[in-house]
Design a protein around this ligand. Structure first.
Ligand SMILES: [Zn+2]
Length: 204
């Protein structure tokens, strides 16, 4: 005998973003509001293209990212990862590199949210963790772009340069705003002659 109907009657399932009644963890209303698509957003410099799946100004997307990143909501991370898997990527991809976090930051968080968000994409393409973040930085969200660039200088180190040459690299991150982190990462990668560098971000 299943107790699921009784359990659902006592505690009706809710959307984890808006708390409307919903059996899927994200209701159809929120799914439509999120409306993920792989859209070209801007050039971060002359060579690096940013593709973002949504806008951080969308309150639902902001809540989704915060729930995953700071509250460690694995169910939402799994949902996003599946949603991303269903998208069409017209981007040249031969190597995925998740933007690395410093070990101190990872220890403060329930899990590596970038890896969780892009889990299914990472299972679909070759990937590497050939870059490490050797220096922790203060929170960057309230810093100006010049300050971010200064704080990030020398924060990354390439461990396996041979894996980069001639690859169409796609960096993965949850939020790209000024692009300072991506530009510093790219500065480390470019001497090893990748074919191209693009970015896929959950939000911009
Ligand atoms: Zn909802």
């Amino acid at each position: 005998m299943s107790f699921a109907p009784l359990f659902n009657w006592l505690l009706p399932p809710k959307c984890e973003l808006c708390e409307r009644h919903s059996t899927p963890i994200i209701c159809t209303h929120c799914e439509q509001e999120l409306n993920f698509s792989v859209s070209f957003r801007k050039h971060l410099d002359t060579k690096i293209q940013l593709f973002a799946l949504g806008d951080y100004q969308n309150p639902l997307l902001k809540k989704l990212i915060q729930e995953i990143k700071f509250n460690g909501n694995q169910r939402l991370a799994h949902w996003v990862s599946h949603a991303i898997k269903g998208l069409t990527f017209n981007i040249d991809i031969s190597l995925l590199i998740p933007v690395p976090s410093h070990i101190n930051r990872l220890q403060q968080r329930p899990f590596n949210h970038v890896h969780a968000i892009f889990r299914h994409l990472l299972l679909s393409y070759p990937s590497t963790s050939c870059i490490v973040r050797t220096r922790d930085t203060p929170h960057l969200f309230d810093q100006s772009k010049p300050d971010r660039i200064r704080l990030l200088k020398g924060a990354f180190k390439v461990r396996e340069p041979a894996s980069i040459q001639n690859q169409s690299i796609v960096l993965l991150d949850d939020i790209v705003s000024t692009g300072a982190t991506i530009l510093e990462l790219s500065r480390c990668l470019l001497p090893y002659r990748p074919r191209s560098i693009s970015v896929i971000s959950l939000s911009h």
